[in-house]
Design a protein around this ligand. Structure first.
Ligand SMILES: CC(C)(COP(=O)(O)OP(=O)(O)OC[C@H]1O[C@@H](n2cnc3c(N)ncnc32)[C@H](O)[C@@H]1OP(=O)(O)O)[C@@H](O)C(=O)NCCC(=O)NCCS
Length: 144
């Protein structure tokens, strides 16, 4: 996840060390362990052999809080598969929609996955733009 932010999200942090430091500050093994343990959180990894290719998390209220792919696995459909899993989990908890705040880097990806922007862009960690987005699940979408 730290590599994903540092190496892939240049459109957001513009290699500004202060922004990157703020963004990475809470991405520690201790915090990760706590996020996994949170009872309203569900966290997933995509794995190939011994390598973790991506990590994603969704809250039981339908909020997607993490979706990061390894730079070694970009553009292989891993994030698309991860997002499908996160959305299926949100639906399984009875949500009609999922919400997230997208990076500039991932904005096009989410638009093509059916999300729309809601409200004004926010600045996170000093980045220029983070986009609140929502996707309403179609009535016929399958539940897992
Ligand atoms: C943008 C990102 C989220 C896409 O994830 P991915 O696993 O690389 O993407 P996938 O393989 O699942 O495919 C998704 C998109 O990549 C495009 N793509 C696939 N191969 C590509 C290639 N060789 N070159 C450029 N784009 C390509 C696909 O066309 C698709 O775009 P579209 O949906 O607009 O058509 C990811 O690459 C990324 O940069 N993540 C950084 C972390 C981040 O910002 N996470 C979001 C936090 S909210």
């Amino acid at each position: 996840m730290r590599r994903s932010i540092a190496e892939l999200c240049g459109s957001d942090h513009h290699n500004n060390p202060a922004i990157l430091a703020r963004w990475l500050a809470n991405k520690t093994p201790e915090n990760f362990t706590a996020w996994i343990a949170e009872k309203d959180n569900r966290m997933f990894v995509a794995v190939e052999n011994d390598a973790v290719l991506a990590v994603g998390a969704v809250r039981t209220n339908g909020e997607v809080t993490l979706n990061y792919v390894s730079p070694d696995a970009r553009f292989r459909g891993v994030s698309r598969a991860m997002l499908a899993r996160l959305e299926a989990t949100a639906q399984a908890f009875g949500n009609d929609e999922s919400r997230l705040v997208s990076t500039e880097t991932a904005r096009r990806f989410y638009l093509s996955a059916g999300y729309r922007q809601v409200g004004a862009p926010e600045g996170k960690f000093g980045t220029t733009s983070s986009y609140p987005m929502v996707k309403r699940f179609a009535a016929g979408d399958e539940r897992p």
